[in-house]
Design a protein around this ligand. Structure first.
Ligand code: ZN
Length: 210
């Protein structure tokens, strides 16, 4: 079986597993427990509506979980089927930001592509944030600036309450008219990547900025 679970799917499933782990220890009514397990499984199948019989069987194992150890094992069973972020080379990254002076790119081997929905790094010296994503079959690279002030708030990308900062990027209003638009985003993009369960907000944002 080929990998078919995207990193953000895996985050979503892990979130359901965390909830179930909590419920396994707090809910003692067998019928209620069965209902919560059923509901978690349903949410996972809603997330991945098109599956082969083999993929469905793998994900279905959550229905038989009876203890925390079963849930840990369930996540372990899924791990080999996580699809990494699409391969990208350093020269492709440089090409995306060819207008940026003194571009600093992190070593690609330092990125865990199995946990990556979008590639992003900060140039802390120049207070710049770079975002890279494969949008509708093409690479999109966005350079933005961020405020040094970090605050608690909801991130536009992962929708979690996190350490965020105001990130501004130019958006195209018409053929030759641009406007800077700011969004609160996690300052730590690795952390954001571990929290994102749906890339649609990111995709909407990038479509406006590219
Ligand atoms: Zn975030």
């Amino acid at each position: 079986m080929e990998p078919f679970i995207k990193p953000f799917h895996y985050n979503f499933i892990r979130g359901q597993v965390d909830l179930l782990t909590h419920q396994l220890t707090t809910v003692h009514d067998a019928d209620v427990l069965e209902a919560v397990i059923y509901s978690a499984a349903q949410k996972i199948f809603d997330l991945l509506p098109v599956l082969t019989a083999e993929q469905e069987e793998l994900l279905m194992h959550i229905r038989t979980a009876q203890a925390e150890s079963d849930l840990i094992q369930y996540l372990e069973q899924l791990r080999p089927y996580v699809q990494p972020f699409p391969p990208i080379s350093e020269s492709q990254l440089r090409e995306l930001f060819k207008k940026t002076k003194k571009l600093r790119i992190p070593p690609l081997q330092s990125i865990d592509f199995l946990k990556t929905t979008y590639v992003s790094w900060n140039d802390t010296g120049n207070k710049k944030k770079f975002l890279v994503y494969r949008l509708d079959g093409e690479w999109v690279g966005i350079e933005s600036t961020y405020l040094p002030t970090i605050q608690k708030g909801i991130c536009t990308i992962c929708h979690q309450y996190s350490d965020v900062t105001l990130v501004s990027a130019r958006t195209r209003q018409s053929a030759d008219h641009y406007r800077a638009v700011g969004n609160y985003m996690c300052i730590d993009s690795d952390h954001c990547n571990e929290q994102v369960t749906d890339p649609s907000s990111l995709e909407k944002l990038l479509a406006k900025m590219k």
